[in-house]
Write a protein that binds this ligand. Structure first.
Ligand SMILES: Nc1ncnc2c1ncn2[C@@H]1O[C@H](COP(=O)(O)OP(=O)(O)OP(=O)(O)O)[C@@H](O)[C@H]1O
Ligand SMILES: [Mg+2]
Length: 232
């Protein structure tokens, strides 16, 4: 097995005032192997989003290392990091983060165009993927014309459009009711099993975490517990 992501001894602090810092991460190490599905839980402010952003190359640590698929990312130039991230990591957020003036298909296609696909190939890939995720009838709808669950499925399609090696989701079901939340988890579990996609997700919901094979618990900027494989 290869290692999808690794962070070693990562610290990250945010400056609040002249001599005042919040220590969001105090020395965190974590390895996730290809094909794993991992839940990260922990109290508000424990560093979950910060960890996810550093592991996915959206943010850089103050000290320590971050690796994606054997490439060290915390020392890459912005340009190289952006390119690696757009090809290797798909992100899904609690608020869906879709562009409101674009249709479902355009939202997904745009991410593929950013990664270098031609307009035509991007549109075709977006259409295929939305069809696969059960949104064939919705491709021309704008986000406001879609339910929360449908919007999140569009966001998952957008995250998958460049065939990333891993998908990172920060509270992907946080804005959804329990039925819709279960549908999104069905979808993520299917992508994990059928495509072998590595998935790391942050959640406050034990039901969501129970769908993952491994549970990592954070507290005060540290990993308090790494349960390893949990029985399903
Ligand atoms: N941009 C920022 N500037 C200052 N402090 C920040 C910033 N982002 C996060 N923090 C602080 O860092 C700590 C960790 O934040 P983080 O967002 O990683 O927590 P979290 O575990 O994701 O919390 P939640 O469950 O509420 O999303 C918190 O104390 C937070 O207030
Ligand atoms: Mg958070």
């Amino acid at each position: 097995m290869t290692t999808a992501l690794a962070i070693n001894g990562v610290t990250r602090r945010y400056r609040l005032g002249a001599d005042n810092y919040v220590h969001a991460l105090r020395g965190v190490s974590l390895e996730v192997e290809d094909g794993e599905m991992v839940a990260i839980m922990g109290p508000s402010g424990s560093g979950k989003s910060t960890l996810m952003h550093i592991a996915g190359g959206l943010d850089v640590p103050d000290s320590g290392e971050a690796w994606i698929e054997g490439t060290r990312i915390d020392t890459l130039s912005d340009r190289k990091l952006t390119r690696l991230r757009s090809k290797r990591v798909g992100f899904v957020f609690q608020g869906f983060n879709l562009l409101h003036t674009l249709t479902a298909k355009e939202n997904v296609a745009l991410a593929a165009e950013y990664a270098g696909l031609s307009k035509r190939d991007a549109a075709q890939r977006a259409q295929e993927l939305l069809g696969m995720l059960g949104l064939r009838e919705r491709i021309g709808h704008r986000p406001a014309e879609l339910s929360g669950g449908e919007q999140q499925r569009v966001a998952v399609a957008r995250a998958l459009v460049n065939d990333p090696c891993m998908l990172m989701a920060d509270e992907p079901t946080g804005n959804l009711d329990s039925v819709t939340s279960a549908e999104i988890m069905d979808l993520l579990a299917r992508v994990n099993v059928e495509q072998g996609m590595t998935i790391v997700l942050v959640t406050h919901d034990h039901g969501v975490a129970n769908r993952c094979r491994r549970l990592v618990e954070m507290q005060d900027g540290l990993i308090a517990n790494d349960g390893g494989e949990q029985g399903l």
